[in-house]
Ligand binder design. Sequence first.
Ligand SMILES: *[C@@H]1O[C@H](CO)[C@@H](O)[C@H](O)[C@H]1NC(C)=O
Ligand SMILES: *[C@@H]1O[C@H](CO)[C@@H](O)[C@H](O)[C@H]1NC(C)=O
Length: 394
Amino acid sequence: MDTLVLFILLILLFIQWTAALAAEEITWTYTGLVGQSEWSDYFPDCGGTAQSPVDVITTQTKYDPSLSPVTPLGYSQHGNQPFTLYNNGHTVVTELPQWMGLGGLPWLFTAVQMHLHWGNGGSNHGGSEHTINGESTEAELHVVHYNSELYPNMSAAMTQKDGLAVLGIFIVTGEETNPAFDNILNYLSRIRHADQKAFIPAFDVQSLLPKDLGRYYRYNGSLTTPPCHQSVIWTLFHERVQISMAQLLKLETILYSSKAEEKDRMLLQENYRMTQPLNHRVMFTSFSAESGKELSSGEVTAIVIGVMCGCVGLAVIIRFIVKTIRFFKLLHLETVVVNSSTSSWDVLHNNRPTPMPRTKESEKEKEKKQDMALNSTSEAEKKEEPLPSPHNEP
Ligand SMILES: *[C@@H]1O[C@H](CO)[C@@H](O)[C@H](O)[C@H]1NC(C)=O
Ligand SMILES: *[C@@H]1O[C@H](CO)[C@@H](O)[C@H](O)[C@H]1NC(C)=O
């Protein structure tokens, strides 16, 4: 009897202990004790076979003509309610209102939040999570949605296959400032430490996306952070968005992954996961390989100008050839006239098949033709002057 009570007590204690462990959020990081190579020890899904991010090898993608453009719903109708900006110690999260969603997929998806991944501004140039042919960009924006047709909320959907849809936007640096990103970057100083939140003015979320929403890569993958649930339909846009170097620098240097009360401040940097094996999965593209060869507006202009120059050049050449032919024709006619006048008909007669009666006939013909020529010229002269000339009349 006593042993049974003791046994039950022990079991209860064990249950309580494991529950406490589960409740206590395991603080994972990108490097360190619970770094990315250890994630799967604590979050089994992170060791799965359909993980994200991945490297897109463009020559191994498959064109799927049924992939229509994704359609952001209500992204521009931000209303007056402020957005919540949040430093969760891993990234900067912008919570999105429920009326924003995503169409163009087999189900309707509801927006939840968006966040960014970036590097450390160093020479290794990393920052984006996904890579294209092994190349990363400076940063990557993720807009997260859940399947609101099949599941009641984000937490229910995130463990289900086809539960989430995430838009991945590659960010590169360039000359110009991207004012859309200032809607987030200008407020980072209010959430420098982990767990800090701030309200920011609502803004047009669509302005963060590339213009071309029709060309993208599509594959089935996972959350790129623990618990790494394999529930994400990924859409990686082919077109990149550009921010300035100064903007990237804000992202890389303002935020801490440590809490305000922590003594050792840790910059929130290099919050991107290494690419994971594609394994059995297929990377689909919404655009065919031929059109996939990137044509910027500059290149299109160059091609148009090139074609125009080619046409003009061809016209000039054709004109030159035609003129040359005309010139030689005229030259040929002139030589014939000259030859006839210098009585070298024999040259032409060489082509004749019957040389037998040559001498006689040729002489006769010569005489005849000369007569005819004289007649014709006199006739022509007569015709040219229809009016009788005064000295012809006696
Ligand atoms: C999400 O939906 C599930 C299932 O209906 C429910 O049990 C859970 O409490 C909901 N969670 C939240 C955060 O609303
Ligand atoms: C993702 O998985 C679903 C269900 O297995 C499948 O129907 C769909 O074709 C997959 N999509 C891609 C892009 O691989």
